[in-house]
Design a protein around this ligand. Structure first.
Ligand SMILES: *[C@@H]1O[C@H](CO)[C@@H](O)[C@H](O)[C@H]1NC(C)=O
Length: 245
């Protein structure tokens, strides 16, 4: 198979994956009043739920070299596109980021569902937040990879350069990213230890920074909540009390 056809396939595959994830997101979000969505998620003792979480956190089969670079201060300054353009694959890079955006939004919805739902009944303990955390913990490598992609996207939104203020859509994504992070940090010690040991500096230099107050206009309804989320996440990661505004 020629490189070009290989790339075309990869691009189509990623586009399809993004579309599917966005569809799952719409179904979860827009059917809030339909109790059936819970029944469906529980089918086959949660097999569907397991599949959905797997789809959200995995990257489709993309060769190693297409994966985003490690998140270190250096790679934040150099954009992904810089690295991937040279290999002619800025488009794949952009689609992976888009996929990560979409997955983050759906994972946020799923966390809300597991938190809100009283799964009760004899099947008891299962498909609640504890179950979700256990599942994510049991697939550590995949979960850590997903977190790396999520954090790369979050740090990009918080970079001091770029546009001074976020657009409403970016503000919503930032809220979802930090909401997912907070839940994982609070409920999984494996993830918490990993984030603290791998991304301490990133949080210290890019998140705990005076400029981020200017990123979110006071007029956005979610601004206050987002700052509160960011403070809570910082408290977990830096292990000290932090006030950002
Ligand atoms: C990810 O989402 C944010 C907010 O909507 C957007 O600004 C950014 O361009 C998205 N990234 C990609 C690659 O689509």
């Amino acid at each position: 198979m020629s490189v070009q056809i290989g790339n075309l396939l990869k691009v189509s595959f990623l586009r399809l994956a993004i579309l599917l994830i966005e569809t799952i997101g719409l179904m979860l979000h827009d059917t809030e009043i339909v109790p059936n969505r819970l029944v469906i998620l529980r089918l086959n003792r949660g097999k569907i739920m397991t599949d959905v979480v797997t789809i959200l956190t995995c990257l489709p089969e993309i060769p190693q070299r297409w994966r985003p670079p490690r998140l270190k201060a250096q790679s934040l300054i150099q954009t992904d596109a810089d690295g991937w353009q040279s290999s002619g694959d800025a488009e794949v890079s952009k689609l992976v980021q888009e996929l990560t955006n979409a997955s983050t939004a759906v994972l946020y919805e799923l966390i809300l569902i597991t938190q809100q739902a009283t799964w009760g009944g004899e099947e008891g303990q299962f498909l609640n937040l504890g179950w979700l955390m256990q599942f994510l913990n049991s697939r550590k490598a995949v979960t850590f990879n997903f977190l790396e992609r999520l954090l790369t996207q979050a740090m990009k939104l918080l970079l001091p350069s770029k546009d001074a203020t976020l657009s409403p859509a970016q503000a919503v994504l930032l809220f979802q990213q930090f909401s997912v992070l907070r839940t994982l940090l609070q409920h999984s010690s494996i993830i918490s230890v990993h984030i603290r040991s791998s991304y301490y500096e990133e949080f210290r230099y890019y998140v705990q920074s005076p400029h981020i107050v200017n990123k979110l206009p006071a007029a956005f309804p979610i601004t206050r909540n987002t700052f509160q989320l960011i403070e809570e996440v910082l408290k977990h990661v830096l292990q000290s009390k932090v006030s950002i505004n």
